[in-house]
Design a protein around this ligand. Structure first.
Ligand SMILES: Nc1ncnc2c1ncn2[C@@H]1O[C@H](COP(=O)(O)OP(=O)(O)OP(=O)(O)O)[C@@H](O)[C@H]1O
Ligand SMILES: [Mg+2]
Length: 610
């Protein structure tokens, strides 16, 4: 059901909270706007958190066939029994389940689904942060006065973003009936870029200068190039390349290391879960950050391993109870295969940009790696004026999310990573189109009813307030949904909607104004405007004098995720293209007074059916 929109007023909220849901660690920063300051504060005190790292492990410990979540964060990882207890199951890196390109993900235990574990984690995370706020702001904290900015990897598709929104709602962070703006979903790289821009005193780049952001985390590495845009008088950023990224973060070093350890001592000792956990802990905490490709490295072996190795003295790989790794071995088998993927991604960004890129900012946990820095300097040093690793790069995303929450106008343009369009009937071409798809509309016009009409194309630069509009006629009254399709490859989009490379992304049910005669012979004029410039797409459909607003947060479909989505049969479009596509500024659209006399939005629509 639709209802008259409540305009969103940020003034109603006194906390802006940034949540960086990471593959290995998650972070939280916030600002209390109630006292007029904009000082960003981090939550660094997590339950039983022994590490210097300011974020909390993204980990859950389940028991009893997945029905019982017994610990989260450090408690999940540090539970002494968990690794060898068949009754309990540690779940980590589950964010990667939402990246379809990652192969070889382990099965989730029991009958858990990706969205359920993400929801469980966010619930625990949220409940804990509430206690921190209650203690720190006993008189000022009120959950209904908080709004949130949740970050997602830049390379995720719209479906994965919608799943995150759904998980945030299920975990109680926001209510399904809240205005969508209360929970902003934005990209990790953009948040990190905003942090770099705001916090780096040496950020002396001027109008038009380009710089690259590389956020190398535990799971993904995200990259994008920005240009400094001072045309409005204040410094803003505009994207100049299409963001790229890959799941090749620091945990892929861990996976390589695990293989290397097994290669070295797997034949001497049967490595059980807790042994491997201890060894990997040493690698992650001590060896990985220190590796500089010069010194050989030593890993002390626990007594549980040393005791079972029969002839310890004859093992040349083990010296004084320590397993020896040569620098060469670590480079070739652990670091270089992953680092090379990062280098390739940086090179791709250089190729995409036609102008000089002056600087590279390296953030994220993996972004602190000495070896990664060395290699980037070696390969790209002569093309860059400087490479900078900002302080607290691990918190760049959470802090940047807060900066985004405070001002969504800081990035003025974004580059589309996909082509978006709808299924529509367009002028029939007897040479190209099949007679089977030919229909004649109420005006006697011959149309092909199988066309993909691209609203905006991959690589297009779209302003954040820019609306791409087309006028349509709605013919078949029985179909009331507008379906948005995407095409993710380079080059021209296919002509026909049933091309296998065109994917259905979402469907919005349109609540036709009640006074409309449904079987209108001449078609019902409808103006469809899509805003692509925000992280989540927004669609406005104007029919007669009513406007309906939808965000891609709703009604996303993708049955390839096993997260409980019901299959929705594809229906033919009921739209035919009336007027060519044109771009309009928001102000211009506002001049459509006749069409805009009332504004309706569907925030009451239950999100459960996405
Ligand atoms: N100096 C270092 N060298 C290499 N890896 C490091 C270093 N410091 C931390 N890491 C690794 O970085 C990862 C954590 O980084 P970060 O917090 O940025 O990732 P994340 O946010 O969990 O992941 P993602 O952003 O990919 O979802 C962990 O895998 C950690 O072991
Ligand atoms: Mg991260």
């Amino acid at each position: 059901m639709s209802e008259i929109a409540q305009e969103f007023d940020p003034e109603n909220y006194s906390f802006v909270i940034g949540i960086d849901f990471g593959t290995t660690f998650s972070g939280c920063s916030f600002v209390f706007t109630g006292d007029g300051t904009e000082e960003v504060v981090d939550i660094t005190d997590w339950p039983n958190h022994g590490s210097q790292y300011s974020k909390v492990p993204t980990a859950l410990l389940y028991q009893d066939s997945g029905h019982n979540l017994i610990a989260w964060g450090d408690d999940a990882i540090n539970d002494p029994d968990q690794s060898d207890n068949p009754e309990s199951f540690l779940v980590e890196r589950f964010k990667l389940f939402l990246d379809k390109s990652v192969e070889s993900m382990p099965e989730l235990p029991f009958d858990l689904t990706a969205i359920q574990v993400i929801t469980d984690y966010l619930t625990a995370f949220y409940e804990y942060t509430k206690t921190v706020f209650e203690e720190s702001f006993p008189d000022l904290y009120d959950p209904s006065k908080c709004r949130y900015c949740l970050t997602v990897p830049t390379i995720w598709n719209d479906m994965a973003k919608a799943i995150m929104r759904k998980a945030a709602i299920q975990s109680g962070i926001v209510d399904p009936y809240d205005h969508p703006n209360r929970l902003m979903v934005t990209s990790e790289s953009e948040s990190a870029a905003l942090y770099c821009e705001k916090s780096f005193p040496g950020f002396n780049l001027s109008h038009g200068d380009q710089w690259m952001l590389c956020d190398a985390g535990g799971g993904t590495v995200d990259l994008v190039v920005y240009a400094v845009d001072e045309s409005s008088g204040e410094r803003q950023l505009c994207e100049v390349t299409m963001a790229s990224g890959k799941s090749c973060g620091s945990t892929f070093l861990d996976a390589n290391m695990e293989i290397l350890i097994k290669e070295k001592i797997g034949h001497l000792v049967e490595l059980n879960g807790s042994m491997m956990l201890q060894l990997m802990h040493q690698f992650i905490e001590d060896m990985k950050p220190q590796f500089d490709n010069e010194e050989d490295m030593f890993m002390p072996l626990p007594s549980s391993i040393l005791e079972v190795i029969e002839d310890l003295d004859s093992e040349s790989e083990i010296v004084d109870g320590q397993l020896v790794f040569t620098a060469n071995e670590l480079r070739e088998q652990v670091f270089e295969p992953v680092v090379l993927q990062v280098i390739e991604l940086i090179e791709e960004q250089f190729q995409q940009s036609s102008s000089e890129i002056k600087a590279l900012f390296l953030v994220g946990g993996f972004g602190q790696s000495k070896y990664l820095f060395q290699r980037i300097e070696e390969v790209f040093g002569d093309r860059l004026e400087f490479i900078h690793v900002p302080p607290r790069g691990d918190l760049a995303v959470a802090r940047g999310a807060v900066i985004y929450g405070l001002n969504q106008q800081k990035v003025t343009k974004r580059i589309l990573r996909r082509t978006y369009g709808i299924w529509s009937a367009m002028m029939f071409d007897p040479v190209l189109d099949s007679p089977e798809d030919q229909i004649v509309d109420g005006d006697g016009m011959s149309l092909c009813n199988n066309r993909f009409f691209a609203f905006a194309k991959m690589g297009d630069a779209v302003g954040i307030d820019e609306c791409v509009c087309s006028e349509f006629k709605w013919y078949r009254s029985e179909s009331q949904s507008l379906r948005i399709y995407t095409y993710g490859n380079y080059g021209d989009a296919p002509r026909y909607i049933d091309d296998p490379d065109i994917k259905l992304m979402c469907a919005f049910d349109i609540d036709f104004p009640l006074d409309i005669e449904r079987n209108h012979e001449e078609g019902i004029p409808a103006l469809v405007g899509i805003y692509f410039g925000s992280t989540e797409m927004r669609v406005e459909i104007t029919i007669h004098d009513s406007m309906f607003t939808y965000t891609s947060a709703y009604d996303c479909l993708d049955n390839s995720y096993e997260v409980g989505y019901s299959e929705v049969p594809l229906k033919r479009s009921s739209m035919s293209l009336l007027v060519n596509k044109y771009k309009m500024s928001t102000t211009y659209i506002e001049n459509f007074a006749r069409l805009r006399s009332s504004v309706v939005h569907n925030s009451k629509k239950p999100v459960a059916n996405i």
